[in-house]
Design a protein around this ligand. Structure first.
Ligand SMILES: Nc1ncnc2c1ncn2[C@@H]1O[C@H](COP(=O)(O)OP(=O)(O)OP(=O)(O)O)[C@@H](O)[C@H]1O
Ligand SMILES: [Mg+2]
Length: 255
């Protein structure tokens, strides 16, 4: 279980007077849940993910995993136990697909045969069995994201963090990789936090959705709860489908 308890964060030197990235944010993700984190650019989504694997340390408040404050824990060790998929895949360009996936188990000192078996298993999971020896530059964007996903899962993490994993993909590939993420979540029951800009995606994939604005939580609830009882006009606006928004915009422009 992930608990973010009253966390505030301002980047830069303390007292530098910059705007806060997070203000008294509290958010709990129960074991096995798929949470989507959604909100406008700059509202603090990536910062929130960073709290969970100590890429970002809070100025105030606390982050607990399995009930234990992570502030005192070794950041490198912690990161190896958490899968992270970056927006741009971030594969090691000079390593093959198989070597990319094997990276964390190797760093953790897994026996060679066990790592090899794990790589084979994950290549099947993300439907890239035939691609083990390719280099990242020889893959499509969607294939690269699937390798990044396999790499994040390699060392059997209990937590999976995804930062807009489908952001750079065309809509069809996006749906395909999104479907893979959902299937994998259903199969492995990992506690998952996924950042997205896309409410449709959040509604389709997530058990619960957390809507953020200006470094604070506006509303967290199941897709049904959000749709039935949006907390305010901001959440209602987020729930408007892109198509409805496009139609309203077109009507206004061509009136
Ligand atoms: N390393 C940093 N140094 C200084 N300010 C930062 C840093 N990282 C983020 N910020 C600021 O903190 C705020 C929150 O940033 P964050 O990256 O969490 O937003 P986000 O919700 O992920 O946005 P996006 O959807 O554009 O990725 C922004 O105002 C941003 O400019
Ligand atoms: Mg971000």
């Amino acid at each position: 279980m992930i608990e973010i308890l009253g966390v505030s964060k301002t980047y830069g030197a303390r007292g530098a007077g910059g705007p806060a990235a997070l203000t008294n944010l509290s958010l709990t993700v129960p074991d096995g849940e798929f949470l989507a984190l959604i909100g406008p650019s700059g509202c603090g989504k990536t910062t929130t993910l960073g709290l969970i694997n100590r890429l970002v340390d809070p100025d105030a408040g606390e982050v607990r995993l399995e009930g234990r404050d992570i502030a005192g824990q070794d950041a490198a060790l912690l990161r190896r136990s958490i899968g992270y998929v970056f927006q741009e895949a971030g594969l090691f360009p000079h390593l093959t697909v198989a070597e990319n996936i094997a990276m964390t188990p190797r760093l953790m000192g897994w026996p060679k045969a066990e790592t090899q078996a794990r790589v084979t298993e994950l290549l099947a999971l993300v439907r890239l069995d035939a691609f083990a020896q390719r280099m990242p530059a020889q893959l499509s964007g969607g294939q690269r994201q699937r390798v990044a996903l396999a790499r994040a899962l390699a060392a059997r993490p209990h937590i999976l963090l995804l930062d807009e994993p489908f952001g750079a993909l065309d809509p069809l590939t996006r749906d395909e990789v999104a479907q893979d993420v959902r299937d994998i979540h259903r199969r492995l029951k990992l506690t998952t936090v996924m950042v997205t800009h896309d409410m449709t995606e959040a509604l389709l994939l997530a058990d619960r959705i957390a809507v953020m604005r200006d470094g604070a939580l506006v509303q967290a609830g199941t897709p049904r709860e959000l749709v039935a009882h949006p907390a305010d006009g901001f959440v209602s606006a987020m729930l408007e489908t892109p198509r409805r928004r496009a139609v309203a915009l077109a009507n206004a422009l061509h009136a």
